[in-house]
Ligand binder design. Structure first.
Ligand code: NAD
Length: 542
């Protein structure tokens, strides 16, 4: 037994490579993309470290070219979900007993594999499967995934240092037990890094997981699972179970050993999971921890002293990068009438300049939305605006799903601050703008604060720094990640811990100590050196 006290140093964030034309990383990526296009793969379930195939299959297709099949995947039935639960419980003992430094070293090795050997694989799979351009794939599937892995190893060493005081005649210790049972991890399509972290954060703390990946991100998520195995993750610690969310969720939630849910996705799904857990509460061995990051209706609020060009550029990037499918994407904006002509002119100029198309052509700023359901949903909102007397579309407004699911980045200007697309999450490339009278600044800040049920991200733009501070205060609960003079997307692990309040989730700030702490159930151990030998207390004696 090595009794040294280890700690892990604060890591640096993974540098983002530039992928300039003819650069070595670009050539490697292009070769890997071609390889993945030309060689469709099979995606089995991975349970207890073993590949499992069932009689039910589905296909993974490119959102930007949906006739092209990238992979055939196998779907879990109830039997395989139960197998995954059993295998996770079997792995619990060995994994939770293992020195935490060994657990951390597996995370760090996974980070190294993604940084080097599998960088192109992760990027290509995320580009092809989730329709991200090479920059969006690099900052997500490589850099953020690595940051989550490395920062978790650092933060865990900080948590484990926390010990209670000891007093006279006693020694007190805190043991950081993982949860008793398995964690059900349910990941969204839009960030490969989130899928990684939903599993690896609880796993770092000694937990085991049953992982239900989103069907539309299966390609990158399968490669992630393979990398975790290559990094040394013991069999059964993470069990990869693609298939129907409703079916997998039903079996997982029926298990008395459900110790927690680590979720990122829509409110609808999280609310369903929460209600199901609540309805079965007496049946669980412990109260399941419910950690979920959900929807958003993120805003930019423009003060009359803002710089119009900065507003337009940041609004465009914040609303339309990755087709508005970042949970943090801007989808409503408040602009004073005094600045509107300049902001509008610049927004239209960028709209006319920015190209949309296949991820293979790096000129394209915008690519396809994830699937037909998303395409139809976006077009419904756009059509609603077209038919409304309260709205005008000043850019975009068209869509085409014949080859890929392409929705033009769309700017809607509304006269109604409570217009449907100012209130509801669309999760696509649609930005709605309300132009307010400068003298109604306070009233409009209140509107911004109360218009949507969410509280994920928000930004204010102002050159008047005192006004920016006042808005920051007034919008205190409107966003869990708040920005001054910046777009509200692009949070970086270790720099801007991420998560929202109100209907946007439990706000446990993924990638930091707040989240990790949710995956432990501490045990306090008191040892007394001289136990009592007399039952009476002093005051009872002569
Ligand atoms: P989604 O809710 O449709 O799916 C998320 C996951 O839940 C998928 O794996 C899906 O298969 C699974 N699922 C669906 N029904 C289920 C059930 N009954 N039981 C168990 N699992 C079930 O969400 P999505 O479309 O993948 O992601 C988009 C949403 O995620 C948006 O609302 C976005 O705002 C949100 N999101 C939030 C954050 C954040 O940090 N707040 C980050 C990313 C995405």
């Amino acid at each position: 037994m090595n009794n040294a006290i280890y700690n892990f140093q604060l890591p640096a964030n993974e540098p983002v490579l530039e992928y300039k034309n003819e650069s070595p990383e670009r050539k490697q990526l292009e070769a890997e993309i071609q390889k993945q296009i030309l060689n469709p793969i099979e995606i089995p379930l991975i349970i207890g470290g073993k590949e499992v195939r069932t009689s039910q299959t589905g296909q993974v297709r490119m959102p930007h070219n949906h006739s092209h099949v990238l992979a055939t995947y196998y779907k879990a039935t109830e039997k395989e979900v139960q197998m995954a639960i059993d295998s996770s419980l079997a792995a619990h003992r060995i994994w939770s007993d293992l020195s935490w430094t060994v657990r951390a070293s597996i995370l760090l090795k996974a980070a190294e594999l993604i940084s080097g050997k599998y960088r192109a694989v992760m990027n290509a799979a995320t580009m092809l499967g989730q329709s991200k351009n090479m920059y969006q794939a690099e900052i997500d599937s490589v850099c953020e995934t690595i940051d989550f892995l490395k920062f978790n190893a650092y933060f865990v060493s900080q948590i484990y240092e926390m010990q209670p005081r000891s007093a006279f005649n006693q020694l007190n210790k805190m043991e950081f037990r993982p949860l008793e049972g398995f964690v059900f991890t349910v990941s969204p399509f839009n960030f490969t890094s989130i899928a990684s972290n939903l599993n690896m954060a609880p796993v770092m703390m000694g937990n085991v997981t049953v992982w239900k990946p989103a069907t539309t991100s299966l390609l990158s998520n399968y490669y992630l699972m393979k990398i975790f195995q290559e990094a040394g993750l013991p069999d059964g610690v993470i069990n990869f179970v693609p298939g129907s969310g409703a079916l997998i969720g039903k079996v997982a939630l029926a298990s008395p050993d459900l110790a927690g849910i680590h979720f990122t996705g829509s409110n609808q799904t999280f609310n369903y999971l929460w209600k199901e857990v609540a309805s079965q509460l007496p049946h669980y061995k412990s109260y399941p921890r419910l950690i979920g990051e959900t929807g958003g209706k993120n805003f930019i609020f423009v003060h009359p002293t803002a710089e119009p060009k900065e507003v337009a550029v940041n609004a465009y990037r914040g609303a339309f990068e990755y087709q508005g499918q970042k949970c943090s994407a801007v989808s409503r904006m408040y602009v004073p009438v005094s600045l509107w002509p300049e902001v509008k002119e610049e927004l239209i100029r960028i709209s006319e300049d920015a190209e949309m198309g296949d991820i293979l052509d790096p000129i394209n700023f915008i690519n396809a939305v994830i699937d037909e359901g998303s395409f139809d949903n976006c077009m419904n909102y756009i059509d609603y605006a077209k038919d409304s007397a309260e709205a005008e579309i000043i850019a975009g407004g068209k869509g085409n799903k014949s080859v890929g699911y392409y929705v033009e980045p769309t700017l809607i200007v509304t006269t109604n601050p409570k217009f449907k697309s100012m209130e509801e999450e669309i999760f696509g490339p649609v930005l709605t703008i309300f132009v307010y009278e400068d003298k109604k600044l306070q009233e409009t800040i209140n509107l911004c604060n109360t218009t949507s049920p969410y509280g994920l991200t928000g930004a204010v733009f102002a050159r008047d720094r005192v006004a920016a501070s006042a808005m920051c205060e007034q919008l205190r609960y409107a966003a869990g990640n708040f920005y001054i003079n910046d777009k509200p997307t692009g949070a970086i692990v270790g720099l801007q811990p991420f998560g929202g309040s109100r209907a946007s989730g439990t706000n446990d700030k993924a990638g930091g100590e707040f989240n990790l702490i949710r995956w432990i159930s501490p045990r306090t151990i008191k040892e007394t050196f001289q136990p009592a030998t007399e039952y009476r207390y002093c005051y009872m004696m002569e």
